[in-house]
Design a protein around this ligand. Structure first.
Ligand code: ANZ
Ligand code: ZN
Length: 874
């Protein structure tokens, strides 16, 4: 290790020598020696084990998001685990039995792609990385319970993934269907909507296309309402940004289904609309070109129309969903030469196919209201279709009496003010606001919201419609055509169809990678493992084949927090009694990159397990803290940018504690940390300074506290009183700053006060060690031992502040009027100048003395003096 750079060494040399011991007797703060000394002690002591059934302390479950084993630990991990550990260690000091586990999210594409690139077995590559990360983590010393380690690529874990799949399958929540799926041509795999970012693959950044495939889904849409409504419970305990991201992702929309009769077709077509109030303004219908309905409607059409449609469909298939929904794009479409009938007015309207209508939302068909919907208006203007205004958006909607302008001759409503109510077909701007209905027969005069209700009721009464809801959320596509994942425990039999693998035959082990071509090619590599694939049907014994797909790794991470509770239990996924004891997670800590997917899936699976009776709670993570990123020179660290800071080098240079302390001290946890702006060597210096205090203390552990220096005692107890609230509101950086002040105050008492033997110095040193345990565990442990205690400081309980020491001192402020002392006020030494001035002005003695003279000048020297000058009488 690089001792030459140890900043602490220089500090120790410059520390004043006033403890009575000779210079050469004093050891320097040597982080490497301290790390080397305490790590083996902790490994022996297991201070963070949670396996004592007789433990009666109240419990807390503190969870850090588990890492992908994609290489050694990096600076981002270092930040996350430093911050998560502050919380875990804090609750232990508060008397809780804290469960703080760690594991690896070790299946998935990163491992597989890396393994392919290097020609290695993904299992070997993954396990090597885990071993390396584990060694780094041990040295980094978060207070993990090392007896509950799990890794998702271990059969002992993924067996229960398969069990979970079967539970969902039994409930009808896992199903297979053929559909257009997002396809990454580079990774040669399907992607969930969530994994497509801006039309590109989240992993490799290539453009995503569509492909029709049969895939496995989890029916998360059945839980959409609950996933949305239960977010209310998390308000205040989760970052509001994450809650709103979840809400938008689920995207609940309420409106109505409306059925339109189609000329020349027996079956009517249902459309979904959020604006049933605009039904009188419908001037055409649009179906998604890639829907079955469109193909069917165009079947009997003239050959030119069919040709035009087929050509159009080809183009549409190659267009991303994002482009299709874009309002910027020129509208395209094909008239199908078919007609629908408006259910309320009987009006005959043309049916078009256009790509701005998506096949997998609502019913894949819409009623178009160009006057009030921008996309419909753009389309109508492009193809010269009629535009009819049915909501007068210049009309006030509050107040009982609507103003309706009708032509006295014809009784037709008149648009009230041409200027105010502009014609959308001319302006190109749809009228989307509030207003009152016009041109809508019996509904004229109703406000938009009343009309939505009344029109829906009218439709419902004649069986032509009903209230409806839709979600942006799609079912969760969980199958992948890749090797490195959990095999789906289904067998396909010619006779029986899909047959679940019996639970007693789990796990379905992955076949060895050796001999398989893992290169992505659109079908699962598992298909080539013929010995593995060909089985006999568990149901009829006939020839059958295994499902060759593997599960999305988000399945693995959707319930891992429960597996930690029974990590070594080979008989069940988790013990419901352990879940009852520990879960839900009290505090979850991790990156905001998982704000949508991972959290949504974990919330979904939690609700499923609740419904199945395995757990008694419905939300997995009671509170969530998202730490920021660690940047370098203003941007995310990356090899290609050349601004990568290597954690191992930072640890070698500054020591574990200095790096951890720097992470906590850098600012609020949610903010990004720019490593160029922080000073790990400054942290190391501070740690040396703190450590030196314990080294200096000469009193014995049984001193009488009362006899100590009162000023230092007050500072210590103020810190004891304030730190808990600061930690609980994640103001770790403030606690560190306060701790620095306490160290300074203690040093002052040693060097220029009552000295190192004073009881207050010992008391302060002990509190400093306990507080440092949160941020710099090695230094804290070493101080604790120097102070005469057995390890571990991590188990020492936070002390209750003495209330008599928390009462603030007061000082006497003198108030002068025109140079004469008129009053003395007892005030806080921290009083603000403004407050002191108003106290002085309010003083009766001062007012008597000022009388009716005008005050021309006030000089305030808080907290000791206020000088008031008046204008001398003429
Ligand atoms: C008529 C109408 C009039 C509409 C109006 C809006 C405004 P959200 O909020 O996203 O649920 N729509 C329905 N299905 C669609 C599909 N498969 N593809 C594209 N658009 C679709 O939006 C629902 C609205 O989006 C529906 O309400 C429908 O247009 C359109 F003044 O119906 B509306
Ligand atoms: Zn069978």
């Amino acid at each position: 290790m690089a001792h030459e750079h140890d900043a602490a060494g220089t500090t120790a040399a410059s520390t004043p020598q006033q403890t009575g011991r000779a210079h050469d007797e004093r050891a320097a703060y040597d982080f490497a020696a301290i790390q080397g000394k305490w790590l083996p002690v902790w490994e022996e002591l297991r201070p963070f084990a949670t396996d004592d059934p007789a433990d009666t302390r109240p419990r807390k479950y503190i969870l850090d998001m588990f890492p992908y084993p994609s290489g050694d630990l990096h600076m981002g991990h270092a930040e996350a685990y430093a911050l998560g550990d502050v919380i875990a260690r804090y609750w232990r000091q508060q008397g809780f039995n804290v469960l703080h586990p760690i594991g690896w999210d070790s299946f998935g594409l990163p491992a597989e792609n890396a393994a392919i690139k290097r020609g290695l077995d993904p299992a070997g590559w993954t396990n090597d990385n885990i071993a390396q990360q584990k060694a780094s983590m041990r040295r980094y010393a978060p207070s993990f319970d090392w007896d509950r380690v799990l890794q998702t690529s271990d059969p002992a874990y993924y067996r229960w993934n398969q069990w979970l799949f079967l539970k969902l399958y039994e409930k009808g929540l896992a199903y297979r269907k053929a559909s257009q799926v997002n396809w990454c041509p580079f990774d040669q795999t399907v992607l969930a909507n969530e994994q497509v970012v801006g039309g590109r693959c989240e992993r490799c950044d290539n453009l995503v296309t569509k492909k029709k495939l049969t895939q496995w889904y989890f029916r998360i849409t059945d839980y959409a309402d609950r996933l949305l409504d239960d977010l209310n419970q998390l308000e205040g305990a989760w970052p509001s940004k994450v809650i709103s991201m979840q809400r938008n992702w689920i995207g609940r929309s309420t409106g109505a289904d409306v059925t339109f009769r189609i000329e020349g077709r027996d079956e009517p077509v249902t459309v979904y609309t959020t604006r049933p109030d605009t039904l009188y303004g419908v001037t055409f219908m649009v179906v998604a070109p890639d829907s079955d309905l469109a193909s069917e409607l165009v079947e009997g059409a003239r050959p030119e129309v069919r040709k035009r449609f087929d050509d159009y469909l080809d183009v549409v298939r190659g267009t991303t969903e994002m482009d299709r929904l874009s309002t910027e794009r020129e509208k395209t479409g094909v008239f199908l030469e078919r007609h629908a009938i408006n259910p309320l007015t009987g009006e005959r309207i043309p049916i078009w196919a256009a790509d701005y209508v998506l096949s997998d939302y609502g019913h894949g068909a819409i009623m178009a209201v160009p006057a009030h919907d921008q996309r419909d208006l753009d389309f109508a203007r492009a193809f010269d279709l009629p535009v009819r205004v049915v909501v007068d958006t210049t009309q006030p909607v509050t107040g009982a009496i609507p103003v309706i302008h009708t032509d006295p001759e014809t009784g037709e409503p008149i648009l009230p003010d041409e200027a105010a109510l502009e014609n959308p077909s001319e302006t190109g701007i749809a009228l989307t606001g509030e207003g009152r209905l016009i041109n809508s027969g019996p509904f004229d005069g109703l406000s938009k919201s009343n009309a939505i209700r009344r029109v829906t009721e009218a439709l419902q009464a004649s069986n032509l419609g009903a209230p409806a809801k839709n979600f942006r959320l799609r079912d969760w596509l969980i199958s992948r055509q890749r090797y490195w994942g959990t095999p789906i425990p289904i067998i396909h039999c010619e006779q029986c169809g899909e047959v679940p693998v019996p639970e007693s035959e789990l796990p379905v082990l992955l076949p060895p990678a050796e001999g398989l071509d893992l290169q992505p090619k659109g079908t699962s590599p598992l298909g080539a493992a013929t010995d593995w694939v060909n089985v006999s049907c568990p149901n009829c014994g006939g020839p059958a084949t295994r499902d060759t797909d593997t599960m999305d790794t988000f399945v693995d991470s959707s319930w891992y927090f429960l597996r930690f509770l029974s990590a070594n239990d080979s008989t069940q996924a988790f013990d419901p009694r352990e879940a009852e004891k520990w879960a839900p997670v009290d505090q979850y800590v991790g990156g905001v990159t998982h704000a949508i997917l991972h959290l949504l899936y974990a919330r979904f699976i939690t609700k499923v397990l609740f419904d199945l009776g395995y757990i008694s709670f419905t939300e997995p993570f009671t509170a969530l803290l998202n730490q920021g990123l660690v940047l370098m020179d203003g941007s995310a660290m990356s090899k290609s940018r050349g601004n990568l800071v290597k954690l191992s080098e930072q640890l070698d240079e500054h020591g574990v504690d200095a790096v951890r302390l720097t992470m906590a001290f850098a600012g609020p946890p949610e903010d990004d940390i720019d490593w160029a702006d922080v000073s790990p060597s400054g942290s190391a210096k501070f740690l040396a300074r703190a450590w030196r205090i314990a080294d200096d203390v000469t009193s014995a552990p049984d001193v009488v506290w009362k006899t100590g220096d009162p000023a230092l005692r007050r500072a210590t107890h103020r810190f004891l009183a304030d730190a808990p609230g600061l930690i609980e509101s994640f103001k770790f950086n403030v606690v560190v700053a306060r701790l620095m002040e306490l160290v300074n105050a203690t040093r002052k008492t040693i060097d220029s006060g009552p000295g190192a033997g004073d009881a207050a110095v010992r008391e302060a040193a002990e509190v400093i060690a306990m507080a440092l345990n949160l941020f710099a565990p090695y230094t804290a442990e070493d101080m604790w031992s120097k102070l005469g205690y057995e390890p571990s400081v991590a188990l020492a309980q936070w002390r209750k502040p003495d209330p008599t020491l928390l009462i603030e001192e007061s000082v006497t402020a003198v108030v002068q009027v025109d140079g004469k002392v008129r009053d003395r006020l007892e005030v806080s030494p921290k009083i603000a100048a403004d407050d002191l001035e108003s106290l002085a002005r309010d003083s009766e003695a001062v007012q008597r003395s000022v009388g009716d003279r005008e005050i021309v000048n006030v000089i305030v020297r808080a907290p000791r003096l206020v000088n008031i000058a008046t204008k001398p009488r003429a």
